[in-house]
Ligand binder design. Structure first.
Ligand code: NAD
Length: 578
């Protein structure tokens, strides 16, 4: 387990910290070089080398961090594929955290997919074969009694931790159930929190909640290192989660708890149980909803038709689709609609076609409030498997102004559907959120041409600018990374007791406020290259919302300064031998 470093920081009570803090350590010689938080490699100064017992353990040259970053990028760039790059970055993370974070934060667009997403999926497939350096805390459902000891052994004091990110790794994007190897996703995600949002990497814990795995290839693999049984469900699972929440919040009372890669059912149940009890959120559900809302806010600004007047078709009402609907519905309610009036602005289409009230009982709970009255669709074609009403028919009848896809059904937004929509609305708003690109409902090039350049388009994938009839369209990528680092930073700085819908709305508005949509072809969201600036803006808005709603646990006298002060910078601190 890695050695914990004691950053000598001012107490957090007034929300301020000394960013020029030094690190103090009793470690000497190789122990310093082997600690990723202390190690500066060739950048240790002559004085540090002397004090820390490093004389003779390093080449004579004293590098700057800038030179080290250049050197590291050259090495990274020479590597042949995404997996080798992931392994290189992981090794660098394990060797020298500041250098890793500086390199990562200077190349966010290029490296987020390498540290996160599919590449981690590939890395995880090899996790138990590779046996990487362990990071974080492993909790087993078979040894619940060891939970407290596990956190104690991590070696942090109650005020030392800002963020704990836990996964049970049942539903990792592009991979599914990946058992113990899923901890890599938590580690990758936390790295994005730091590189993009300035969350202090010495104050986070990745947690693996090992409840078993249902993947036969893992269960049958003699080298698998997790609990070798089927996933435990039901009461025991819930007890395990409850024990985790109790222990984590009692040992680290100021920590924000994030849930990552749970199934929709477990994720939603956990969120419902804890969101009004502790400071917590689920990024797959709430982060996705809020970043989609941010794109929707920009789109309605460009279209001139307020959100409350939009007619919205959601195609694929699982985790992402329903989260988008919920956050947009909440925003409509803030514009003055009642819950019922806002719900009526949505038509949700899933595998069975348009969701209608006669299906209640067979719908997931969160889908029920969007089910349409059956008499509305009398006379509509039931053209899906003989009983259901297809997306094409819904678009034809409803004449939506906004179409959001989160189905992972490639090509489901056909030319005919898009042209039908575009025939009845001046600025069709179309978000094809599914990723990777091979699963997208439509690609941006087609969407722009099928709407004759009138479409306000966002995609779940990154895409190059598209030139159509002389206008260059910058297509927004709907990516949670725009939102969660800043959201967490704002919650941490304000010591928020809860994360409210108002805080998510503030985050979405803040993201949208960073783009101007007056120019034809403008992007609906900021560019990923601006992520640190976006995170800062989001954090300020979230901390302010927490303060306004009475949820802040500390005085917010100078919010902008407090957020800026709290952003961890990838800079070498002076290391003092004690
Ligand atoms: P999910 O499995 O929870 O939801 C998918 C939904 O689509 C389910 O309700 C499913 O029944 C429905 N569906 C499947 N086939 C269908 C069909 N033929 N017709 C209509 N509906 C159908 O998955 P999810 O987590 O919501 O993710 C969905 C997609 O969105 C994935 O591609 C995911 O990668 C992407 N996503 C993108 C972002 C982003 O920020 N861009 C964020 C989260 C998820």
């Amino acid at each position: 387990m890695r050695q914990r470093v004691i950053p000598q920081l001012a107490p957090f009570g007034n929300g301020r910290r000394d960013i020029n803090a030094t690190y103090e350590t009793k470690a000497r010689g190789m122990a310093v070089l082997n600690s990723p938080l202390l190690n500066k490699g060739t950048a240790f100064t002559a004085m540090e080398r002397k004090e820390l017992g490093l004389t003779g353990l390093l080449p004579a040259d004293i590098s700057t961090l800038g030179t080290q970053v250049m050197r590291a990028f050259v090495q990274y760039d020479l590597l042949p594929d995404a997996l080798s790059r992931n392994i290189y970055l992981t090794a660098l993370h394990d060797r020298n955290e500041v250098l890793f974070y500086r390199l990562f934060s200077e190349h966010l667009r290029e490296m987020i997919p390498i540290v996160n997403d599919v590449t981690v999926g590939m890395a995880m497939e090899q996790y138990h074969h590779e046996c990487r350096r362990p990071r974080g805390v492993y909790l087993s459902i078979d040894h619940m009694q060891d939970m407290e000891a596990a956190f104690t052994n991590f070696g942090a004091k109650p005020g030392d931790i800002d963020l704990i990110l836990a996964t049970d790794a049942e539903r990792i994007v592009g991979v599914g159930d990946w058992g113990i190897g899923g901890i890599e996703v938590s580690i990758g995600k936390l790295a994005i929190y730091t590189a993009a949002g300035g969350i202090d990497p010495t104050r986070v814990i990745p947690v693996m909640l090992d409840v078993g795995t249902n993947r036969d290839s893992l269960l049958n693999d003699p080298m698998y290192i997790g609990n070798r049984h089927a996933r435990i469900r039901g009461e025991r699972y819930d007890e395990f989660i409850e024990a985790y929440v109790k222990i984590a919040t009692s040992m680290f009372p100021t920590a924000l708890l994030q849930w990552e890669d749970f199934t929709h059912e477990n994720g939603r149940r956990i969120l419902t149980r804890y969101r009004d009890r502790i400071c917590t959120f689920n990024d797959d559900i709430q982060g996705t909803g809020a970043i989609t809302l941010a794109a929707a806010i920009s789109a309605v600004r460009a279209s001139g038709t307020p959100l409350r007047n939009q007619r919205i078709v959601i195609f694929g009402t699982g985790t992402a689709g329903s989260a988008a609907a919920n956050k947009i519905r909440n925003a409509m309610m803030r514009e003055g609609l009642s819950d019922e009036e806002a719900s009526k602005r949505f038509w949700c289409v899933d595998r069975q076609g348009l969701l209608t009230r006669s299906m209640i009982g067979n719908l997931l709970e969160f889908q029920e409030s969007y089910a349409r009255p059956d008499d509305e669709s009398h006379g509509w074609k039931h053209d899906l498997n003989g009983t259901g009403i297809s997306l094409a028919e819904v678009v034809h009848r409803v004449r939506p102004t906004m179409l959001i896809g989160a189905s992972a059904v490639a090509g489901s937004f056909t030319e005919a559907i898009v042209k039908e929509m575009a025939a009845h609305t001046q600025r069709p708003i179309i978000f094809a959120l599914s990723n990777p690109a091979a699963r997208a409902e439509a690609n941006p090039v087609d969407l722009i041409s099928w709407t004759d350049g009138r479409g306000l388009i966002a995609s779940g994938n990154s895409s190059a600018p598209v030139t159509y009839k002389g206008v260059t369209y910058v297509v927004a990528q709907v990516n949670n990374a725009m939102l969660f680092p800043g959201l967490a930073l704002g919650a941490i700085v304000s010591r928020a007791r809860r994360i409210s819908d108002g805080m998510f709305a503030a985050a979405a508005n803040a993201v949208s406020s960073l783009v101007t949509v007056r120019q034809p072809g403008s992007s609906l969201l900021p560019h990923i290259d601006d992520l640190r600036r976006v995170s800062l803006t989001v954090a300020i808005a979230v901390a302010e919302a927490a303060d306004v709603e009475g949820l802040a646990g500390t005085r917010m006298d100078d919010i902008v300064q407090q957020v800026q002060d709290a952003m961890w910078q990838p800079e070498y601190r002076h290391i003092r031998a004690i």
